[in-house]
Design a protein around this ligand. Sequence first.
Ligand code: PMP
Length: 390
Amino acid sequence: MSHLMNTYARLPVAFTHGEGVWLFDETGKRYLDALSGIAVSTLGHNHPRLVRAISEQAASVLHTSNLYRIPRQEELGDRIAALSGMDEVFFCNSGCEANEAAIKLARFYGHKKHIDHPEIIVMENAFHGRTLATLSATGNRKTQAGFEPLVTGFVRVPYKDISAIRAVGEHNHNVVAVMLEMVQGEGGINIADDDFQRELRAICDERGWLLICDEVQCGIGRTGPWFGFQQSGIKPDIMTLAKGLGSGVPIGACVTAGRAAGLFGPGNHGSTFGGNPLACAAGLATIAEIEDKALRDNAVRVGEAIRNGMREALAGVSGVVDIRGRGLMIGIELDRPCGDLVRQALEAGLLINVTADRVIRLLPALVFTEQDAGALVSALAPLVRKFLGQ
Ligand code: PMP
């Protein structure tokens, strides 16, 4: 009997090693990894630059404490500020922890403006994490069920509904922020278009609200720009990062700009492991490699190749509702629940995921090549056809 708490419906496979976009199980069978640990393994498996960076860091200073200066953290903070045009970074260890920091910051900002019960507008189908505040911000009743009372102070609107956001602003004077993903990941690869992004920025400016972008899944070059909001040229007041930032080493970040910067002082927030040298070395190596190898351009090109390939291979197949995405964040929506495909793909040596019941989700490493895209399409399209009985 396993002594692990039963929190995951795990597939019956364990990987012993990986190489680039391939993972190998105990029997030596290889799998094309089109999920990269859910947008985590940015550089693929066993990437020499990442391995070198974390080995060297582990051999010098592994962990000290945020009681002292951490040069690697300062370096990574500078890199993220330069890439985003933002001002300050708080480092933590995961996406939910980054979002907790963002929620606390927004409340703190509200209190400074003498709003005693600050509220944050959040979206339907959003996913922000599973700690209590981030679970409460998440827009999925099934995920929340059984954990009531949820944290109060969130107002929910349909995703991308600018009129609904305006309407909340008309009557609710406790609103201090709007929080959303520019591409919803768990929600089924739903994309906030440029016009919506700009209008949202304008409303936040009009009302003095903070715009909080959760870039945990769509950030770090996955959709083409470094961050999803850069698609439209806007800048949020707060953004959160995690997942792909460390390419497999746990790290999270809450990044602020303008009026959201300079709010916290010593004692307002903290995290023992946050921004430890090892995680920051991984973040620095990840960013450097994305830049040196133009992996953001690669994400755009290869993402397009995957979508086009799937469209071609599934042309005329009924039951395929939509094939969408940005860069290497891809959703193939079917007209029925398709969770069974995950196991069928595994048997065929392909790692994929299904989210929002009906959306096949592909989140390959940014090093995925056009050849890998071809292999993915050749493996996945027949499974989808078969699943749909065609
Ligand atoms: N925000 C988004 C957009 C996510 O996709 C996730 C994880 N799926 C999280 C937050 C939570 O991240 P973590 O699991 O690292 O807490």
